[in-house]
Design a protein around this ligand. Structure first.
Ligand code: ADP
Ligand code: MG
Length: 684
């Protein structure tokens, strides 16, 4: 008897090969399989009269085969089956390539449903390789809404669909409903079994919507419960209790005044750290808002209390930059700043580790090497992680296991709307730095199309001639990319620029490179050796190159607004007038209005609110920048209302049952616990 944990390879039609292909998609058990939601749907439920079919439309027709299908061999390895089909309104020519069996499956005088793309040429309609089934037995691949799944090599839609069908049939009745009845009633949600059935094989669009809403809710609810439980847990944990200091002493040493927002964030964190409980605080601030200073102030506070801090950056380059910044801010007070990264020699590492163990440093800056097994800290009170989206929830919790529960400060430069922050960072308290230091120049932003290419190249030339540097960002080319989209890869684009500017040094970084090689190119750009850096979004994370004054984003339509904003934040960091040029040939009005927002405002929070309004929260969850486990909401297209509701309901439930101990919450607890398991498995 199959149950939810049964391996997919026990399904009929799923052999070793297909099972492996499913594993590639993250599907191992039947439960995974029925939770593998379609990426989209094709409406094959409506039958369209042949004469009403427009050129290029994909649709379903019901037609009589009017002549005997003819098989011809064009050449070796190329068979054609041709036939004509008719309904009351018109005629369509149907051709099958290399499906000679169609000749035997389709019979003259009988009625079939065909689904496919219609072409109209000189008034004649045709279809190539449609899917079909007899009209009197329709309902498998036509005559209904059909799911479309993500694929991997070795799988096709039909095989996934059949596997899912079997999965549902064999274990849907064993699927527990983890949402309390009360919650389902209050939020008008459909039941689990209904939802899982209809997300795959919707009876109609209304059923699909009900299913979708329920599943999004469920996912966000589980996540909120997990994070909420973590937060509750933490507030009862005992932390290192610091005594407050007069911050003016630190502020007075700076060459500038801290902004009100910086003061507020420091005050909030200080209160946490002096409370006796463990701090877990997120500092959210736009690029350039001065988050590093907040961290420096708190490191200073710890040092005044005789404690050490650790500052973790996602890359070597950033670790070096932070090391330099912190050294200059903290050494005037006699604080000892150390560095620990993967690129140090074994001897250097040993030295730093010894210092850490003896408590001879006040702060150590580094990459995740900071938290490898053999690093021991004496008196570690504070862990700061920069650009937290590179570290998962799991890693955050692993940090906490280093010694006596240090306080954790997470810094994120991705402004996200408050509603989302509550869910994504549900386990953290949040400080927002909503103010930039005075005197910042606005980065002039323009949205252009290909017709500006020559002028754009001229502009690059001009900036470089003035001694500036240029970022060019191209979208990541994904595998599985739909074939009709033309995207240049970073390497291709760099090669073109090299041909255009043979006298300039052009570097290229992309996701497939080794971290070490990436860092080397980045370092060459930081030092000014390279003038133009072509990159995928790997540069999004806060590299500081004050001399860069021009950011060009190719295929800007491929980026979310918040991402564009992050990218733009890479320029305008020095004294030079800076520009951001968004290149896109797409003429979709939706895109135009998105790019318009970029040109008009430089407020990251406003931009992310707009992004949320225009595109829904899916992109925020889909981008995986926050280190959360992979979420389906992105595929399912969540809306903000469901988000809010799930958050409210999870709070309500945790109020009543903080540890999920009640018998009626056991199915929920299991899912919530699993979220942690998945999380901690990913970290070592
Ligand atoms: P981010 O929030 O993006 O990490 P940084 O901490 O790198 O920002 O700060 C950006 C720049 O602003 C740095 O050069 C820093 O020295 C400067 N800065 C930070 N706070 C202030 C302030 N209150 N007044 C003036 N300049 C500041
Ligand atoms: Mg920063």
């Amino acid at each position: 008897m199959a149950d939810l944990k049964t391996d997919v390879r026990y399904l009929k039609g799923i052999g070793e090969k297909k099972a492996l292909a499913l594993n590639k998609l993250g599907v191992f058990s039947l439960y995974d399989l029925i939770s593998f939601f379609p990426r989209k749907y094709e409406d094959r439920s409506r039958i369209c009269p042949i004469a009403a079919a427009m050129d290029g439309e994909s649709l379903c027709i019901q037609a009589l085969v009017a002549d005997t299908p003819r098989l011809s061999h064009i050449r070796r390895g190329m068979d054609l089956v041709k036939l004509r089909a008719v309904d009351d309104s018109g005629v369509v020519d149907i051709t099958f390539f290399n499906q000679s069996y169609a000749k035997d499956n389709l019979h003259r005088g009988e009625s079939y449903n065909f689904f496919g793309r219609v072409e109209v040429k000189n008034g004649r309609r045709s279809m190539v390789n449609p899917v079909y089934e007899p009209s009197d037995r329709a309902g498998q691949v036509t005559g209904r809404i059909v799911p479309v799944y993500r694929l991997s090599a070795g799988l096709n839609q039909r095989s996934i669909m059949q596997a899912v069908r079997q999965g549902l049939d064999s274990c849907l009745d064993k699927l527990p409903d983890l949402l309390p009845e009360e919650v389902q009633r209050r939020c008008r949600l459909s039941q689990a079994r209904y939802a899982y059935e209809n997300i795959h094989f919707p009876a109609d669009f209304e059923a699909l919507e009900l299913a979708r809403r329920r599943l999004i809710f469920e996912e966000l609810f589980v996540l909120s419960c997990a994070l909420g439980r973590m937060q509750r847990q933490r507030s009862t944990d005992e932390g290192i209790k610091l005594s407050p200091r007069d911050m003016e002493e630190f502020w007075a040493s700076l060459p500038f005044r801290p902004t009100e927002a910086q003061r507020r964030a420091v005050a909030q964190a200080t209160e946490d750290m002096c409370s006796g409980a463990v701090m877990s605080r997120l500092v959210q601030g736009d690029v350039g808002s001065g988050k590093t200073l907040v961290a420096a102030a708190l490191i200073w506070l710890c040092a005044q209390n005789g404690y050490m801090s650790a500052f973790m950056a996602p890359t070597e380059i950033l670790a070096q930059q932070h090391y330099d910044t912190l050294s200059s801010m903290l050494s005037p007070f006699g604080l000892r700043v150390g560095k620990l990264t993967g690129s140090l020699s074994a001897k250097e590492k040993r030295q730093v580790k010894a210092l850490l163990q003896q408590g001879e440093l006040d702060v150590v800056v580094g990459t995740h090497a900071l938290f490898s097994q053999d690093v021991e800290y004496k008196n570690l009170a504070l862990v700061v992680t920069d650009e937290q989206h590179r570290f998962g929830v799991n890693q955050r919790s692993a940090l906490i296991n280093k010694g006596a529960r240090p306080h954790v400060l997470v810094m994120s430069a991705t402004p996200i709307p408050r509603t989302l922050a509550l869910i994504i960072y549900g386990d953290l308290d949040i400080s927002v730095i909503d103010q930039l230091p005075p005197g910042r120049q606005k980065v002039d932003t323009f949205a252009v199309d290909e017709s500006y290419r020559t002028r754009l190249n001229g502009f690059i030339r001009k900036q470089v001639a003035e001694g500036r540097q240029v970022f060019v960002v191209v979208p990541m080319v994904e595998e599985n990319e739909e074939l009709n989209i033309k995207l240049k890869s970073a390497q291709e684009h760099a090669a073109q620029l090299s041909a255009l500017f043979p006298d300039l040094k052009i570097g290229c970084v992309h996701g497939k490179m080794k971290a070490k090689d990436k860092d080397a190119v980045m370092a060459a750009f930081v030092s000014g050796e390279i003038q133009i850096l072509v990159a995928t979004t790997v540069i999004e994370v806060g590299v500081d190159v004050p001399n860069a004054s021009l950011m060009i984003v190719e295929n800007a339509e491929r980026f979310g607004l918040s991402q564009l904003h992050q990218l733009r934040g890479r320029v305008g960091r020095g004294k030079h007038k800076s520009y951001c040029i968004l290149v896109s040939d797409s003429d979709s009005p939706e895109l135009r209005s998105r790019l318009d927002i970029m040109c008009k405002t430089s407020d990251g929070f406003k931009i992310s609110e707009e992004d949320l309004r225009l595109r829904g929260p899916g992109d925020f969850f889909g981008s995986r920048q926050h280190g959360l486990p992979e979420m389906h909401v992105a595929d399912l297209g969540a809306d903000v209302n469901v988000l809010q509701q799930a958050q409210d309901e999870s709070r309500r439930l945790l109020e009543k049952d903080p540890q999920l101990e009640l018998p009626e919450h056991q199915a929920l607890k299991e899912r919530v616990d699993r979220l942690y398991e998945v999380n901690s498995a990913g970290f070592n």
